[in-house]
Design a protein around this ligand. Sequence first.
Ligand code: SF4
Ligand code: MG
Length: 330
Amino acid sequence: TADLLEIEGLSTYFDTEEGTVRAVDGVSLRVRPGETVCIVGESGCGKSITAMSIMGLVGTNGTAGRIAGGRIRYEDRDLLRLNKHELRTIRGHEIAMIFQEPMSSLNPVLPIGEQIMEPLIEHLKLSKKAARARAIELIAQVGIARPEQIAKAYPHELSGGMLQRIMIAIAISCGPKLLIADEPTTALDVTIQAQILDMLRQFKAESDMSILLITHDLGVVAEMADYVVVMYAGKVVEEGEVVELFERPKHPYTQGLLKSKPIMGQRQDELYSIPGQVPNPLELKPSCYFYERCEHAMDVCRRAEPTLKGVGEQGSVACWLYEEEAIVHG
Ligand code: SF4
Ligand code: MG
């Protein structure tokens, strides 16, 4: 089947006084219809910036950063070439997004119901009356009791878990083909997290929507992903089908992540216990960026950057250990 979303060589840079930060540097990934792809990595690895780039939220309306290269194809359109109006038509309708902090996306002075009605009126052209009825249905659908009453409530009157449910109601309201979820359950406690993930899985099963899920939590990956993309310092270092990746991780970084495997259901803010730190993005040299933290590092790893190469049936890895040439001559 054709890919729903195909990102090719995406680079998103931030120009600072100290130099250019290559937050996302040549990232490629694809999402097929009905598939859940997880992007996993430590905070600062570029996963959120990748999502923002897809949504056209980089370098527009005064936001920092710029797309320095690449293509983001959604169905037959290049999202990077759409004008504001075309992008607005797609965003929130065909591609919806939910964030870690629902409060940041909700209007504090507008009742919940009205906020759910907005996209229904804008994208689906429902009448106010029809939109109101649909909003109440949606509130019930995300598992909130007394939906009529909740529709009249303001965001500050609801708990974090309820607000995230409302965000999901807004996200699915127009029947998106792609849902981008950036750490959607990170701020929630374990029980609520499990309920929210269950709900996303259920909506996905019912509608065949695809999900691009961004998380630092391997427990979430294990529960949700069909395909996993591991990012490190702005690059994809490994990708593969979820079972293969968990059973036979290839990149030393992925292996490290899995060694510090989370206890299922236990909430984690800082997951990884791999020693060392992500390199300073301003001081990246042509090398493997994981060099200083890698117990398998060789000479070549410091001198040259490994590129992503296919391994196994459908996975890829960027590591000199998997390049026979390099091992022989390195
Ligand atoms: Fe380790 Fe070298 Fe592979 Fe980088 S390229 S992960 S330093 S073995
Ligand atoms: Mg983030």
